[in-house]
Design a protein around this ligand. Structure first.
Ligand code: ADP
Length: 227
């Protein structure tokens, strides 16, 4: 079998509490995310989903344990190396779109590619292709404020995929949307993943959406359990 695109082994993380002691949020998280697999991460609020996604995406470091992305063990590697891998191989989507308000949809997808050294022409072509895939080809020139919530989130997916990462980490990506829009935006995410072979770890409270993913893992008492 191929290496997992994302592998977590024995990941732990605690935070200092105001009261004596500490909050042990992650107590030994193990996860293998295979190429092309879309996995739901389900847990109640405060259980540590964001902490787990930040560590998996190299935005934060664990107290112990290993993180492998695209076959590279990044445990204890320099910030420079981790940042390089994060920029190339990891895409993020959050509950709020975080698009740059003064740029239009197309530009929001072009900019991260320019930052990675892609030419303007290539970046524009890719941005247009991604927008077309989520049925927003005719909204390329709209700024975020002129887009609906569901459209903003679909643009955010395109931006996350701009540099063709192997892994998408999504933190409640439909959490701000009404049920109908949420369904549509989730459908766009699944279609993008299926078309591009993307792997994704998607934190959600929505059990119905979770059931439509390839697999569900639950964060329970600081460890991941399946189903
Ligand atoms: P979720 O995403 O599942 O809602 P989080 O990962 O945001 O959970 O938080 C898990 C727990 O860790 C919570 O109790 C939260 O208060 C605590 N926590 C998260 N980040 C920090 C931090 N930087 N400092 C202290 N405690 C934190």
């Amino acid at each position: 079998m191929n290496d997992p695109v994302l592998k977590l082994a024995g990941v732990t993380k605690s935070y200092k509490a105001n009261t004596p002691g500490e909050i042990r949020v992650l107590r030994g998280v193990d996860l293998d995310l295979a190429a092309g697999e879309v996995v739901a991460l389900v847990a109640p609020s405060g259980a540590g989903k964001s902490t787990l996604l930040h560590i998996a995406g190299l935005l934060d470091t664990p107290d112990a344990g290993e993180i492998h992305i695209a076959g590279q063990n990044l445990t204890g590697k320099s910030d420079r190396r981790r940042t390089g891998v994060r920029r190339r191989d990891v895409g993020f989507v959050y509950q709020f779109h975080h698009l740059l308000p003064e740029f239009n949809a197309l530009e929001n997808i072009v900019l991260p590619q320019l930052a990675n050294g892609v030419s303007g022409a290539k970046a524009t072509a890719r941005a247009q292709e991604l927008l077309a895939r989520v049925d927003l080809g005719d909204r390329a020139g709209h700024r975020p404020a002129a887009l609906s919530g569901g459209e903003q989130q679909r643009v955010a997916f395109c931006r996350a995929l701009a540099n063709a990462p192997g892994v998408l980490l999504a933190d409640e990506p439909t959490g701000n949307l009404d049920p109908g829009t949420s369904d549509q935006v989730f459908g766009a995410l699944m279609a993008l993943a299926r078309d591009t072979g993307l792997s994704a770890l998607v934190a959600t409270h929505n059990l119905e959406l979770a059931a439509r993913m390839d697999r569900v893992v639950r964060l329970q008492d600081g460890v991941l359990v399946s189903g």
